[in-house]
Design a protein around this ligand. Structure first.
Ligand SMILES: [Zn+2]
Ligand SMILES: [Zn+2]
Length: 258
C-alpha cells in the first residue's frame, strides 16, 4: 500500500487536523498514513513547535495498532547546533519514521518575509542549500528522510521563487551527495504540485538524485487538513516511476517498499 509519509495532526502547533479525519480520508483514497508532528526546537518567533513524545504516544498508540494503516513519526527541524538535542529526542519514543527538515535560516523562519528583505535570492538560496547539506550530514545517522527540498520556494518573497537545478545545481548536488552518503531518502513532497512550475522544478532535481545513486523516495503531502491528504499522489507516482525511483515508507524505523 502507498503511504502518505508526511502529515500533521493537532499535535503540531500549526495544525488542527483530527486524527480520525485524516484516517478517514486516507482510507477513502486507499492509502496509509504517517503522522509526522513538528518538533522544531529553538524556533524563532512566538509559537512553540515542540511536543511531548510520551503524550503523543499515549494519544495515538491504540490507533496505530500494528501499523497497518497508521504509523507515528516526527518531523525534526534541523539546525546546525541542534544535532545532539535532536538525536536525544528521537530516543524518547519508538517512532516509526523520522523526517529531517530545514524550516529556518540565519535565525529566521523561512515562512516570513523578514529573511528575504534586503537579501538577494541567490545568496539566500545558496545558504539554504548549504545549511541543508550540512544538516543532512550532522543528522543523517538518525533521520530516515529529508523533507521538501523546495520548501523555501513556497514562501520566499521573490518574483521568481523557484528552486531550479539549472541555477543551483552545484549546491543541490551537495545536498544529494549528503543524502546518498548517509543513506537518507529524499521525499517527493506534493505540496507544490498545485502549480505546474512547482512540479516542473522538481523533475531535474529528482533525475539528478537518481543519477548520483538515489534509488528511493517517500511521498508526502505535508497535509495540515484532511482534504490535502495524498494530494496529487497519482502524478507523484507517475513521476517517481518515470525516473526509476521506488516509493518507500517506514515502519518501526525500517524501510518498506510500497
Ligand atoms: Zn516541513
Ligand atoms: Zn511538515
Amino acid at each position: 500500500m502507498i503511504f502518505d509519509s508526511h502529515m500533521h495532526t493537532e499535535v503540531s502547533a500549526d495544525s488542527a487536523m483530527k486524527a480520525a479525519d485524516a484516517l478517514e480520508r486516507a482510507a477513502k483514497l486507499g492509502v496509509g498514513a504517517v503522522f509526522t508532528e513538528h518538533e522544531d526546537m529553538d524556533f524563532p518567533g512566538e509559537k512553540d513547535f515542540t511536543f511531548s513524545p510520551e503524550d503523543y504516544w499515549k494519544k495515538y498508540e491504540a490507533l496505530r495498532g500494528e501499523g497497518e494503516r497508521l504509523r507515528l513519526g516526527v518531523e525534526l527541524g534541523m539546525q546546525e547546533g541542534l544535532a545532539e538535542k535532536n538525536r536525544a529526542f528521537v530516543k524518547k519514543a519508538p517512532f516509526d519514521q523520522v523526517i529531517g527538515s530545514i524550516h529556518t535560516l540565519l535565525g529566521f523562519d523561512l515562512y516570513y518575509e523578514t529573511l528575504y528583505e534586503g537579501r538577494e535570492k541567490d545568496e539566500v538560496y545558496r545558504l539554504y542549500l548549504r545549511a541543508m547539506a550540512s544538516c543532512v550530514r550532522s543528522h543523517g545517522a538518525f533521520i530516515d528522510i529529508l523533507a521538501h527540498i523546495d520548501y523555501i520556494a513556497r514562501y520566499a518573497a521573490y518574483r521568481d521563487a523557484e528552486l531550479t537545478y539549472a541555477v543551483y545545481g552545484e549546491e543541490i548536488d551537495e545536498v544529494l551527495a549528503a543524502l546518498i552518503e548517509t543513506d537518507t531518502v529524499l521525499e517527493l513532497n506534493t505540496r507544490r504540485f498545485d502549480a505546474p512550475q512547482g512540479k516542473a522544478s522538481l523533475v531535474p532535481i529528482f533525475r539528478r538524485y537518481r543519477e548520483l545513486g538515489g534509488r528511493e523516495v517517500t511521498l508526502g503531502s505535508d497535509a495540515h487538513d484532511a482534504c490535502a491528504v495524498a494530494f496529487a499522489f497519482c502524478e507523484a507516482q507517475d513521476l517517481a516511476e518515470s525516473l526509476g525511483l521506488r516509493i518507500v515508507t517506514f515502519f518501526d524505523r525500517r524501510k518498506e517498499y510500497c
